[in-house]
Design a protein around this ligand. Structure first.
Ligand SMILES: [Zn+2]
Length: 343
C-alpha cells in the first residue's frame, strides 16, 4: 500500500474490506473451516492475475482481526481493528513483497517475517503474513518458510498468493491448504466492470485482460490507444506498407506484453468468428483489410499462431535478443495472414 500524504483526509484513506462478487465460493469454504476450528496455518491462494487475490487475502486478514465478526469471515468495518485494517496499518498484518531494487523475495526477508509471526499478537490474537507473489521467493527463502510451517505458532496464518503455484517447492505446496480464486464468468465480469468503470466496457477489453476484471480496469485507460496503434501496425504490415522491423520496433519496450496480449486476443476473436455458431456478431477491431484477412485465414494456421504467440511470450521473458525473436514471430504472422488477394 502506498503511503498517503498527511494532508489527505483520513476517511478516504482506506483499504477495501469487502470481497468481490466472484470471491463468495472461496470465502464460504474457508468459513466452514473456521466454524469447525479447522483454519489451517497456511493457505495457498492461487488463480490468474487480475482476479483480486491480494484483496481476498487482505479481507481475510481483516476478518480474522475484526473483534465483531462472529462466525463469518466478513469484517464489520467499524471496530478499532477494522479501522486499522482499513488504514493498512494493522500491527498484526505483515506483507512480504519483492523489494523495489530486487527481482525476488530473499531468505532474510522471509526469516524476518517468520520472526514477526512468532511474536505475541499486538491486538486481537491472530497474526497474519501475506507473501505476494509467493513464486518470487528464492529456493532458500521457500525452504526457510517451510521450517516455520513445520512448527507453526498458534493463531497464526500464512497466506501465499500466487498465479504460478507450480513454481513453488512441492514440499511447501503440500503444507498449505489450496484456495482457488477463479476467473468470473463473462456476464458477471462484464457487469462488475461496467459498474467499476461507470460505463459499458469497450468491446474486447475483458478479452484483452484474459477475462480478469481487475486487469481490465487497469488496462481500460490505455485500451483505445493500444487498439488504434496495433490495428494500424498490423494493417500496415499486411498491406505491405511497412516491414516487420518497423512493427517490432514499435511493439518493443515496457508495453510489449500487453501488445502481444492484444494480438492473441485479436486472433482469438477472429478464430471464434470463424468456428463458433453465432459468433459473427463479435466485434473484431480493424479496417476492411484486417476483416478480410481474418475471414480468409487458414484456420489451422491461425491456431498455430496462437500457440506461437504464447510460446514467444515465455521465450521473450528471458531473451537476450527479444527484438529478433519478435521479428521472427511477425514474419510467421504475415505468412499466415497475407494470402493471395489480401495484400
Ligand atoms: Zn471489525
Amino acid at each position: 500500500m502506498k503511503a498517503r500524504a498527511a494532508t489527505e483526509p483520513e476517511a478516504s484513506a482506506s483499504v477495501p474490506l469487502t470481497l468481490l462478487p466472484w470471491h463468495a465460493g472461496a470465502r464460504s469454504r474457508l468459513e466452514t473451516a473456521v466454524a469447525g476450528g479447522r483454519l489451517p496455518h497456511a493457505l495457498l491462494l492461487h488463480g490468474p492475475e487480475g482476479v483480486g487475490k491480494e484483496r481476498f487475502a487482505t479481507v481475510l486478514a481483516g476478518a480474522l482481526f475484526c473483534s465483531r465478526r462472529g462466525t463469518t469471515l466478513i469484517p464489520c468495518g467499524e471496530c478499532a481493528d477494522c479501522a486499522l485494517s482499513r488504514a493498512a496499518s494493522h500491527p498484526d498484518l505483515h506483507w512480504l513483497r519483492i523489494p523495489e531494487d530486487k527481482k525476488s523475495i530473499g531468505v532474510d526477508a522471509v526469516r524476518e517475517t517468520c520472526e514477526q509471526l512468532g511474536m505475541t499478537s499486538m491486538r486481537s490474537g491472530y497474526r497474519v503474513a501475506i507473501v505476494s507473489p509467493a513464486h518470487s521467493m528464492t529456493t532458500n527463502a521457500q525452504n526457510a518458510l517451510l521450517k516455520t510451517l513445520e512448527e507453526p505458532s498458534p493463531r497464526t496464518l500464512l497466506v501465499l498468493v500466487t498465479s504460478r503455484p507450480s513454481r513453488l517447492l512441492a514440499t511447501l505446496r503440500s503444507r498449505c491448504q489450496r484456495v482457488e480464486i477463479p476467473r468470473p464468468g463473462a456476464a458477471p465480469a462484464t457487469q462488475w466492470l461496467g459498474d467499476e468503470l461507470g460505463a459499458v466496457p469497450a468491446a474486447g477489453l475483458l478479452e484483452l485482460a484474459g477475462g480478469a476484471p481487475l486487469r481490465a480496469v487497469a488496462l481500460a485507460p490505455h485500451f483505445a490507444s493500444l487498439e488504434s496503434q496495433m490495428t494500424g501496425l498490423f494493417d500496415d504490415l499486411l498491406s505491405g506498407r511497412s516491414e516487420v522491423t518497423r512493427m517490432s520496433a514499435e511493439m518493443m519496450g515496457e508495453g510489449l506484453p500487453v501488445r502481444l496480449d492484444w494480438l492473441e486476443a485479436w486472433l482469438g476473436t477472429a478464430l471464434r468468428r470463424r468456428t463458433l455458431p453465432d459468433a459473427t456478431r463479435l466485434t473484431l477491431p480493424g479496417g476492411p483489410l484486417l476483416q478480410r484477412a481474418a475471414a480468409e485465414v487458414n484456420i489451422s494456421a491461425a491456431f498455430r499462431m496462437v500457440d506461437r504467440l504464447r510460446e514467444a511470450r515465455r521465450l521473450l521473458e528471458g531473451s537476450a535478443a527479444p527484438q529478433l525473436l519478435l521479428e521472427a514471430l511477425l514474419v510467421e504472422l504475415v505468412a499466415a495472414f497475407r494470402r493471395k488477394g489480401v495484400a
